[in-house]
Design a protein around this ligand. Structure first.
Ligand code: NDP
Length: 450
């Protein structure tokens, strides 16, 4: 294959699929970025000479290991875990850990690849990584979760460090798990260092971190609407998920004046036509963060509908925030939403919309904020947590929130600057991909062939 062949998207993708067989999520994520950046590759002799596309789609390294732990019945259990250190060209590796039965290398490679460009967009010095395990936390006791987290960190601690790789939470990894993970790191290394973010406030965590991804996604949506001369007043929103991202997205939507009528978990969604109020949200947050209950209990408690096994995209609304998981919103869903008059979509989850759904939104002139821009608020505040840990200081909630708003505004501005109009609407996918890519690619060129 010649260097020019790398300028042909189909030829490039054929090679990538051959090198990374049976990894459809990774292929999907790469294809989206390659489509956006190919014109600048064609224009740049330096990028072509440095084989940037070939190198930027290959993780720096992948660490895979066994995690052995004991359940409450005394049975020895084994899970598989990974850390994908994708690219540290612009800073130490940074990205969450996911605990879910579906976790495999494909999932973590797509997430680590996306994370590289998202982190670049924040303007902070962070490389891209992702990790996790196929451990299923559902139904496990606190003691089992603790033993698993301690066993996982026993191996992971060799590969992380505040200047090397700084993991955080993701699906199935929240405050409880991060506490257990950090405790074991500290015990094994006898040092208190900022090697994880999303930590508890009493041991080095940042104010505003748990709210940051959800709040940030709504700040990004606010910027997209404002760019069009619009706002939240009188608008109805549909949200999926009821985890960390969804709960705080709903929180900020309510504060800014939107009406939120849905939330979901992996068993189905609730439709509350009267709207989720602040009181109802507090109840839901307790249900999910403390009791670890199911979303159907909301419908029983507040007497509204529960749709088992379904996603909320058929409910008419002006705004949509998919905040659960990848590929949860497909082409058919997008067409339904467009028919129902959807105006804007902001991705709280990573890659929640399929490629075909994104194309449909673009064709219909719907404002579409892709994950790597819209949900970058979480990792941005993780970056602020790293800064606070390094300086041994703690900023107030208000200080962090102001910085988060500035960062989301700046990301929006970068997207607009690097995009083109698509159907009269800013193409945020292209803007985010190009802006995130250039910074990483320029650093790689500067380092030479390493
Ligand atoms: P949580 O584990 O807190 O919540 C995940 C939510 O999504 C739960 O309601 C869960 O339901 C639901 N969900 C998970 N898997 C599925 C599935 N296969 N089908 C339907 N629903 C599902 O995770 P987060 O809120 O932290 O993460 C949500 C998304 O946001 C992920 O894509 C993550 O990568 C992304 N993200 C998270 C960041 C963060 O700071 N936490 C930062 C940036 C992105 P149930 O409880 O039934 O499993």
């Amino acid at each position: 294959m010649t260097k020019d062949d790398f300028c042909d998207i189909d030829i490039f993708m054929t090679g990538l699929k051959r090198r990374n067989p049976a990894e459809p999520n990774f292929h999907q994520a790469v294809h989206e970025v390659i489509e956006s950046v190919m014109p600048i590759i064609r224009d740049s002799q330096a990028y072509r000479d440095a084989s940037i596309l070939e190198r930027i789609t290959e993780p720096d390294r992948i660490i895979m290991f066994r995690v052995t732990w004991m359940d409450d019945q005394g049975n020895v259990r084994a899970n598989r875990a990974w850390r994908v250190q994708f690219n540290n060209s612009i800073g130490p590796y940074k990205g969450g850990l996911r605990f879910h039965k579906s976790v495999d290398l494909d999932t973590l490679k797509f997430l680590g690849f996306e994370q590289t460009f998202k982190n670049s967009l924040t303007g902070l010095p962070m490389g891209g990584a992702k990790g996790g395990s196929n451990f299923n936390p559902k139904g496990k006791s606190d003691a089992e979760i603790m033993r698993f987290c301690h066993a996982m960190m026993t191996e992971l601690q060799r590969h992380i460090g505040e200047d090397t790789d700084v993991p955080a939470g993701d699906i199935g990894v929240g405050a409880r798990e991060l506490g257990f993970l950090f405790g074991q790191y500290k015990r094994l290394n006898n040092r208190f260092a900022g090697v994880l973010t999303g930590k508890g406030l009493s041991f080095g965590g940042s104010a505003g971190r748990k709210e940051a991804t959800g709040h940030g996604a709504v700040y990004f949506l606010k910027e997209m609407l404002a760019h069009r001369g619009d706002g939240f007043d009188g608008k109805t929103a549909i949200v999926s998920g009821s985890g960390n991202v969804a709960l705080y997205a709903i929180d900020k939507l309510l504060e800014l004046g939107a009406k939120v009528v849905t939330a979901s978990d992996s068993s189905g969604f609730i439709h509350d036509p009267d709207g989720i109020t602040a009181d109802k949200l507090e109840w839901l947050t307790q249900l999910k963060e403390v009791k670890r209950g199911r979303i159907s209990e909301y419908a029983e408690h507040f007497h509204c509908e529960f749709h088992a096994g379904q996603r909320p995209w058929m409910i008419p609304a002006d705004l949509a925030l998919p905040c659960a998981t990848q590929n949860e919103l497909n082409h058919k869903d997008a067409l339904t939403m467009i028919n129902n008059g959807i105006q804007a979509v902001a991705e709280g989850a990573n890659m929640p919309s399929t490629t075909e759904a994104v194309i449909a939104f673009h064709k219909a002139g719907v404002l579409f904020g892709p994950a790597k821009a819209a949900n970058a608020g979480g990792v941005a505040v993780s970056g602020l947590e790293q800064s606070q840990n390094a300086l041994r200081i703690a900023w107030t909630h208000q200080q962090v929130d102001e910085k988060l708003q500035e960062i989301m505004k700046d990301i929006h501005q970068k997207c607009v600057q690097h995009s083109e109009l698509n159907n009269g609407v800013v193409d945020y996918v292209k803007g985010a991909n190009v802006s995130g890519f250039i910074k990483v690619a320029d650093a790689m060129v500067a380092y030479g062939a390493i």
